[in-house]
Design a protein around this ligand. Structure first.
Ligand SMILES: Cc1ncc(COP(=O)(O)O)c(C=O)c1O
Length: 478
């Protein structure tokens, strides 16, 4: 294939404030997106483009690296670098067509499609500080030493583990040492690791009813048996757990913001749960997935902060506070179990990419993280209000909304007899996200409702339109 001569159309402007490598990156990207550079086309070598544009090779290399890391370019060794064949052909045309005939346009194979509106579990993707993130990533990339190219430390990068010790101390009231922290590939990975290290197949555990179905599936896949323990306005009913499955080996809880109902575990129940675990030498797995987002009242310290007998395995995730594509979460293990965890980690050859861990650590150390959280809290408060108002306007007669203190979604409760699963399925078919509450039950569902995320709502108009569509579906589903 002939090399594409693209030099003139990507020539950077030395008078612009944007760094030269960034201009190059942007111009290449624009050329690919508007079809001037077709998928599969070969781009000039670093050396020839640098010489044609009178730039240093390092500058061109940096722009290419960025394009490669984002999937626009594909390096093929001595055969040169090409525009990724997976990029859609002239997607501008495709998106125009999509607005007219949505059903006839299939997503291009390999391209990631954007999540539907109201989709649960996602932070606000449009408000992520992508510029600072990219800058830090490039800085970390440039600073990479040989050791960074080695296999990552099984328990996590030391800089991130140390950053988390400070963060958890200040924001969650947890006193721990870096050796107690294990960086994992998401919460699910943390659960798998706990099962491998402290539990055995057939072990029985309490599981919130309703509860986070992905954790449930992960535990069942690891051979655990689960006893559903009902959740009411005070969170997990610890007395019911003791009555029905006192002998359990572990309990999984979301104490700050119960998933999915949003209630907070009362102090009395926190104490009762810890007392049960001490009495039975059972483990408590605390899933503290979105505690950073609280809109009224004081922040609630983690259950782990009351754990004087070291029975709690605390887990947090970067999926909500940064973005889930990162696949980074963390686990704080009891001091008595550090050696056991490290032995299992070494055997598994566990580890997460060094680069992303060091970028997160730097993001925290440089103050971006705290600023980002503050901005997101304000934004989510507004978007939550938008959703609440539109729900009341369009579905006020059919649903009950119990605004909880925090979280990233609302629960619109339907009368017990409603078929929320059919409503959620019809909503999905018409391009809306959201879940049916009944599907979060392990046993017979006791309540019915729709779980709707507000984090990615754009404005009042869009929210109003979404709720009008949802109301039509609710009204026409018997
Ligand atoms: C209740 C709950 N816990 C934990 C997580 C985090 O999971 P992960 O770290 O695998 O993204 C989520 C994500 O949606 C969640 O809803």
């Amino acid at each position: 294939m002939a090399s594409t001569s693209i030099g003139d159309s990507v020539r950077p402007d030395p008078h612009q404030a944007t760094p030269i490598y960034r201009q190059l990156y942007q111009r290449f990207r624009a050329a690919m997106l508007d079809g001037r550079l077709a998928p599969g086309a070969r781009v000039p070598s670093v050396r020839s483009l640098a010489s044609e544009l009178n730039l240093s090779r390092g500058t061109v290399e940096l722009a290419y690296q960025l394009l490669v890391s984002e999937g626009y370019l594909l390096p093929r060794g001595p055969a040169g670098t090409i525009v990724s064949p997976r990029l859609p052909r002239s997607p501008v045309v495709a998106s125009e067509a999509a607005t007219k005939t949505p059903s006839s346009v299939q997503p291009t194979a390999g391209a990631l499609s954007p999540p539907p509106p109201l989709r649960l579990g996602l932070p606000s993707l449009d408000a992520f500080p992508a510029k600072s993130w990219t800058r830090l990533t490039l800085e970390q990339l440039r600073a990479q030493a040989e050791a960074d190219l080695h296999y990552p430390p099984a328990a996590g990068h030391p800089v991130l583990r140390e950053a988390l010790v400070s963060y958890l101390g200040v924001s969650r009231g947890i006193v721990c040492r870096p050796e107690q922290i294990v960086i994992t590939n998401g919460y699910r990975d943390a659960l798998g690791l706990i099962c491998q290290t402290l539990l055995a197949p057939e072990d029985l555990g309490w599981f919130e009813e309703p509860g986070y179905f992905i954790a449930r599936e992960r535990l069942l896949a690891a051979g655990m048996r689960l006893a559903p323990v009902k959740v009411d306005a005070g969170g997990l009913d610890v007395k019911a757990g003791c009555r029905e499955a006192e002998q359990a080996r572990f309990a999984v809880v979301t104490p700050t913001h119960q998933s999915p109902t949003g209630v907070t575990l009362t102090l009395e129940r926190r104490r009762a749960l810890l007392a049960w675990a001490s009495r039975r030498q059972a483990w408590i797995i605390e899933d503290d997935y979105d505690s950073e987002f609280r809109y009224r009242g004081h922040p609630i310290p983690a259950l782990k902060s009351l754990d004087h007998d070291d029975r709690v395995l605390y887990t947090g995730t970067f999926s909500k506070v940064l973005f889930p594509g990162l696949r980074l979460a963390y686990l704080v293990v009891p001091t008595t179990e550090i050696a056991r965890f490290h032995a299992v980690l070494a055997r598994l050859g566990h580890g997460c990419p060094n680069l992303s861990q060091s970028v997160v650590a730097e993001f925290m150390a440089a103050g971006h993280f705290a600023r980002h959280l503050k901005r997101m809290r304000a934004l989510y408060r507004q978007r939550r209000e938008l959703l609440h108002e539109a729900l009341v306007r369009h579905l006020g007669g059919s649903v009950h909304i119990n605004l909880q203190a925090g979280g990233m979604h609302l629960l619109a409760e339907l009368p017990e007899v409603s078929n929320d699963a059919i409503i959620a399925r019809r909503a999905r078919e018409s391009g809306l996200g959201g879940h049916a509450l009944s599907e979060w039950y392990l046993g017979r569902p006791q309540r019915s409702g729709l779980l709707l995320s507000f984090t990615n709502l754009k404005d009042a108009r869009q929210t109003d339109d979404l709720m009008r569509r949802l109301a039509r579906i609710v009204e026409t589903t018997s």
